[in-house]
Design a protein around this ligand. Sequence first.
Ligand SMILES: C[S@@+](CC[C@H](N)C(=O)[O-])C[C@H]1O[C@@H](n2cnc3c(N)ncnc32)[C@H](O)[C@@H]1O
Length: 189
Amino acid sequence: MDFVNPPAMFVFVDGLLAPRIFPLFYRSFASSVALNGDETVLEFGGGSGGISERLAGRLKRGSLTCMDICPPMLEIAKRRLRRFPQARCLLGRIENLDLETGSLDVVVIHNALHDLPEAERSAAVRTLASLLKSGGRLHFREPTKSPHGFPAERYRDLMTQAGLHEIASREYKLFPIGPVVHAVFERQT
Ligand SMILES: C[S@@+](CC[C@H](N)C(=O)[O-])C[C@H]1O[C@@H](n2cnc3c(N)ncnc32)[C@H](O)[C@@H]1O
């Protein structure tokens, strides 16, 4: 799909409807992300902000950046996040956003990495890894069933090739997207 100029139906269903009708889908991932409240957090492919809005409220002394390449999804995210002064939305490719190396405590990716063309995934994950502080963590949950997703091992390879170390990983079935891998990786140097 062309996420820069997406079909209106995608924006309506994924952007507007899904966070309303599947709150548990978002809450279960957001609540799995350990936070003290003072972290610098970035959501990659944050879409309409269904995860970001659930993290922003927990970052009273921190900050949250919701980034995506899809203008209409990010417009919805801006509305969802407007009550959080500690949150902002950034439009563009992660490699072009000019974020400071080693500046993030936490990166989250929810149901987004599989949507990148295969040739772009490695560069995106390497960039995200470089943005993490030493000890910073990348949390992700992604579908593992073809054709929507790909096997957990390939997500693991993307993370380890970017220099990240696995802390935890589990696979389970999740309504409404089916089998997923839910994992935490850490930058240790
Ligand atoms: C299925 S949606 C999920 C959105 C959100 N993470 C959620 O769970 O509701 C996938 C998102 O990935 C975004 N995306 C696709 N390619 C991207 C890229 N190269 N960089 C950043 N975001 C991207 C899309 O625009 C879309 O908003």
